[in-house]
Design a protein around this ligand. Structure first.
Ligand code: FAD
Length: 502
């Protein structure tokens, strides 16, 4: 024992011996922190409630993770999500480390009047669904782990994990499952809503590759769900978002795939936007499954020249690449062509943002069944840059294996979409966004008539219950049945909400 440790422990022991026996026990076992004070909070249906300090202390004692209250170290960081426009202050944040913590936190939210409850995994919800004012946030970010079984070709991923860690671990065995295109996106939100990405036309949406999930439902119970066990819950979490509970573990099937793919961008001047979009409308529905062709038009801030072009991932054999890209080459000489052989994991990180919270964002989106000339004109003729923001139109490609799954096979109904069409404006988080948000709302009125429903992961805060109901199409009634069974009081409502009817 070191000299300082010896003196320290000797002095502690001497002080303890000077105390009566009852106080000695207390001196050793009394918790380090004081009991929290009572705090004001709100329920999901907007009522005010007081959370007793004793109840918060009891919850703290049940967790391996932490409870963070305003003023605690770590609270400021934990309350934030990717989009800084949502600057909200939950009454308390439970940072959970495993299933036991998730169960305790869900019990607390339910038993304290049905607290307004936000569930955060990667924090990418553009409309701020993963945070709230005066409610409770369950922050899954300490609950991250990926296990790959290369023999069975399965991966098991905990509910707070980010997709980059799954790509990293599976690719070590030349195995893969389709995920989104930005590596710091949460698997929890991405997968429960669908999961578009660079391999989706080849292997389906992320939800199509789930073989099972573990879920903590609103009653705090742990449930396994698969084709054999709780099949209604398994059906619902594949496209119904976070409506039914917190997924604590996802089990995915894996596919053999070579590490090296062909990836990059082919960009043209903004003046050629109509040619680019027209080609996309014509070619995207008939590309080979191994080609993921996303499309975008971008006007950067500060007056830099705008561009229109394609994001490309070719995951087939190298010999097939040129034929697949030939229609794009026919557009003529691009101003930039970065398409080259590259590591799939590196390509998956190529769109990551180094300082994500520096930019506020507002998104409008909808699925399109096709991209006809009238839509091309509507997009380009009214597209307007502004030096104070980035203005972006982007398309996530559908079709291929996504479209070969029946619309009722999972809760994800829009199997017939040619693409998810998105419009973004981004501005420095310190600037006033009023003008940019007004512009995008006005611009979108000309595009919305071409859309058929929306991607639940892009749900907007202002959407009405009727719009959401319509979006789930023929799957809505079955979703209500699943909701009635697993979340009858609508504890999980910050999402594209399925309203219970019991
Ligand atoms: P969070 O904000 O943490 O959570 C969003 C919602 O998901 C929560 O409100 C909750 O309802 C639910 N949720 C989270 N974790 C769980 C869980 N473990 N169990 C149950 N419910 C849970 N989408 C694509 O399909 N493909 C893409 O390539 C893609 N790229 C994107 C890139 C960026 C930069 C951004 C901002 C978004 C992108 N999206 C993409 C959209 C993305 O799918 C959604 O924003 C999704 O909600 C992100 O999940 P998250 O866990 O990061 O979000």
């Amino acid at each position: 024992m070191k000299r300082r440790d010896f003196f320290g422990s000797t002095l502690t022991a001497a002080a303890a011996l000077a105390l009566p026996r009852r106080d000695l026990f207390g001196a050793i076992y009394r918790p380090a922190s004081n009991r929290p004070q009572d705090i004001e909070a709100v329920t999901g249906d907007g009522r005010s409630v007081t959370l007793a300090g004793k109840a918060i202390a009891d919850l703290k004692a049940r967790l391996r993770g932490q409870i963070l209250l305003a003023g605690d170290t770590g609270y400021e960081d934990a309350r934030q999500i990717l989009n800084p426009s949502f600057d909200k202050y939950p009454a308390l944040i439970a940072q959970v480390t495993g299933v036991a913590d998730v169960r305790a936190a869900v019990d607390f939210a339910r038993d304290n009047g049905g607290l307004l409850l936000a569930v955060k995994c990667g924090g990418h919800s553009a409309s701020g669904q993963s945070t709230c004012d005066k409610g409770m946030m369950i922050d899954l970010s300490p609950f991250r782990d990926v296990r790959v079984d290369p023999i069975a070709r399965r991966a098991r991923v905990t509910g707070g994990s980010l997709l980059g860690s799954l790509d990293h671990e599976t690719m070590a065995y030349d195995l893969v499952t389709p995920m989104g295109t930005v590596s710091h996106t949460g698997i929890g939100g991405l997968v429960t809503g669908g999961g578009f990405g660079r391999l989706a036309r080849r292997y389906g949406l992320s939800v199509d590759n789930l073989v099972g999930v573990d879920v903590v439902t609103a009653d705090g119970q742990f449930r396994r769900a698969s084709a054999e066990e709780n099949p209604d819950l398994f059906w619902g979490v594949r496209g119904g978002g976070g409506n039914f509970g917190i997924v604590t573990s996802f089990q995915f099937q894996l596919h053999p795939m070579q590490r090296q793919v062909l990836g990059g961008q082919i960009l043209f001047p903004l003046a050629r936007a109509k040619d680019v979009l027209s080609l996309y409308g014509e070619y995207a529905p008939r590309t080979p499954d191994e080609l993921q062709l996303d499309c975008h038009i971008v006007q950067p801030p500060g007056g830099a020249p705008g561009v229109a072009g394609f994001g490309i991932c070719w995951s087939g054999s190298p010999s097939g690449a040129e034929a697949a890209l030939a229609p794009i080459r026919q557009l003529g000489r691009p101003i930039q062509d970065t398409v080259a052989p590259m590591d799939y994991v590196a390509l998956q990180k190529s769109g990551d943002v180094s300082d994500p919270r520096a930019q506020g964002t507002y998104v409008k989106s909808g699925f399109i069944p096709s991209l006809p000339p009238q839509l091309v004109n509507a997009i380009v003729d009214r597209f307007e840059g502004n030096p104070a923001r980035s203005t972006i139109m982007a398309f996530q490609q559908g079709g291929g294996a996504i479209g070969r799954v029946a619309p009722h096979a999972t809760a994800f109904a829009q199997r017939d979409a040619q693409a998810n069409m998105l419009c973004f404006v981004n501005w420095p988080s310190t600037a006033d966004p009023t003008e940019h948000i007004a512009w995008i709302k006005q611009y979108w009125t000309g595009l919305e008539p071409f859309t058929h429903g929306f991607y639940v992961n892009d749900v907007e805060a202002e959407m009405t219950a009727a719009t959401i109901r319509e979006n789930y199409r023929a799957n809505h009634d079955r979703l209500v049945q699943v909701k009635n069974r697993y979340d009858p009081k609508n504890l999980f409502r910050l999402n594209a909400n399925v309203r219970p009817t019991v």
